[in-house]
Ligand binder design. Structure first.
Ligand SMILES: [Zn+2]
Length: 332
């Protein structure tokens, strides 16, 4: 971590200022090993391999830990970069554009391997702090350590060790995997300054009944409990079906003038057309993602709208993404 991160940290127990108590190893501006402490209640947290650790996986509840461990394992493995990430990210946070990040202090709730933290930093955020509970912070740190305005911390979204100092917070694809998605949203929103903004993207309940009916029970009872290496191999079977369908049917039909109207009637067309350009590894990641997490909620528009009313957000813009998920943007 860089020392300037201290300006944004606050004790998750007492909201006291967090100080650098000791420093054992530094590489350039990065403190690699050391200890942080609360100036008020004296709690301490280690800095390990460059990342301040406000939550260790053995301290948190089993279900959250299992989700984080599954994704952590995945994020550490799928480290392929892809230029489509930027477009995908903008699809999840629309109407936000890259310019919006300029000079803003930004918080990402659930940064995974840090690809969005990295984009936010490259798009000119003054500072961006990516928070994740899982071991993916190792990859996120490696991906962002050379960006002077990017910071990674390992912490629980329900107990964020930061002050209410952010111009913009966002969370994409994470809240629906929490045991209490709305609680996570509320916690993230509580760190945004009045007049600042927040974005969230969640799985929709609408159009996903086939997942809640068929995939969820399988995921809960079987795939999320499996050895991730075995699941990675087995998930190649549904990926092969998805890959063939998108490359041979959905992609070509949607691209052809005569086929597009026909494609509109196909099952899950908007989403499958959107992922049709993706390569094998990326589609494999998507399938694995859906099978590995023990917790996944599918949220209706009405329920999502209620989240925004409950935090008192203004100018709320909720829109349908690929007809299977909701994205929201609003002012605190
Ligand atoms: Zn404290």
């Amino acid at each position: 971590m860089r020392e300037c991160l201290l300006n944004y940290l606050a004790c998750p127990s007492c909201a006291g200022a967090i100080l650098l108590a000791s420093e054992a190893h530094r590489e350039g501006e990065q403190i690699i090993e050391g200890q942080l402490s609360c100036g008020l209640c004296r709690r301490t947290w280690p800095i390990t391999r460059g990342v301040p650790r406000f939550a260790a996986l053995d301290e948190i509840e089993a279900e959250k830990a299992a989700t984080a461990a599954g994704f952590g394992w995945q994020w550490q493995r799928f480290t392929q970069a892809d230029e489509k990430y930027a477009q995908q990210f903008l699809g999840w946070i629309a109407p936000v554009e890259p310019d919006f990040f300029k000079n803003k202090v930004v918080l990402e709730g659930g940064c995974g391997k840090g690809r969005h933290t990295q984009l936010a930093a490259q798009w000119g955020a003054r500072e961006v702090i990516g928070v994740d509970l899982s071991a993916a912070v190792e990859t996120a740190f490696a991906a962002t350590r050379d960006l002077p305005n990017a910071h990674i911390i390992q912490a629980d979204i329900y107990s964020l060790p930061v002050g209410r100092l952010f111009d913009y917070a966002f969370s994409v694809g994470v809240l629906h995997h929490l045991p209490d998605p709305q609680g996570g949203f509320r916690s993230l929103a509580s760190k945004v300054k009045p007049g600042g903004h927040i974005s969230a993207w969640v799985y929709g309940a609408e159009n996903n009944q086939w997942i809640t009916r068929w995939v969820n029970p399988l995921r809960r009872r079987l795939t999320s409990r499996m050895n991730p290496n075995l699941l990675l191999q087995l998930s190649k079977v549904p990926t092969a079906i998805l890959f063939a369908a998108t490359k041979l049917i959905y992609g070509p039909l949607n691209r052809s003038a005569n086929g597009a109207s026909l494609a509109g009637h196909l099952f899950y067309n908007d989403y499958l057309n959107a992922i049709a350009p993706f390569g094998w590894r990326e589609q494999h990641t998507i399938v694995f993602d859906h099978l590995v997490a023990p917790t996944a909620f599918y949220i209706s528009r009405e329920e999502f709208a209620q989240w925004w009313r409950d935090i008192g957000a203004g100018e709320v813009d909720i829109s349908w993404h690929n007809r299977n998920s909701w994205r929201g943007f609003g002012r605190i």
